[in-house]
Design a protein around this ligand. Sequence first.
Ligand SMILES: [Fe+2]
Ligand SMILES: [Fe+2]
Length: 206
Amino acid sequence: MVVRTNTNTNTVDQSIQVLNLDRIVMVYLLKLDHATLAHCQRTREISLLIGKRMGLNSNELQLLGLGALLHDIGKSCIPLAILTKRTPVSSTEWELIQTHPQEGYRYIEAADLDDIVKQIVLGHHRWANGRGGYPLDPDQSQPSLFTQIVTVADVVDAITSQRPYRPALNVEYCIAYLEQHLNTLFNREIVSVFKSIKSLHTFENN
Ligand SMILES: [Fe+2]
Ligand SMILES: [Fe+2]
């Protein structure tokens, strides 16, 4: 089976409508550029594949899927010219990009969403061991399992998708990268589960 994640705008919008999201959350989500929204959708699909394989129940999968879908909602505050840049971003632009988890958290903070979902948005760029990433957790505590799943799924999609500045890289490269950072950036068990899924699926997002 091929996990060919759909980048068709109508399909993305339909799947979001089914979720019956808080109006303000929906507004920010639909403000995202098409490429980021499609990335969020694929990250959701990959997260759910991992979560199912890890035995999460249907309620937990729902929270995981929603958090994954919303994880980059804060990118709606980043100018499109920066997100689509074909050349390396400047240090000032990189600092701006790094604000997206906090911006996203700010957008959804007041919404009627489980804290698990909000923490995915805030913590998806934090390291699995809590000691790095952004925004750094002042307590350096480990993100929840939900957040750590989305962190892996996010990186998988980012690496295996075409970017404005490079072509898509293959899943073998992606696994080598994940394995290089086991127990620091990425949770060992989650990476292992992803590898078991990888043997059954092809990740193609060109
Ligand atoms: Fe992100
Ligand atoms: Fe992302």
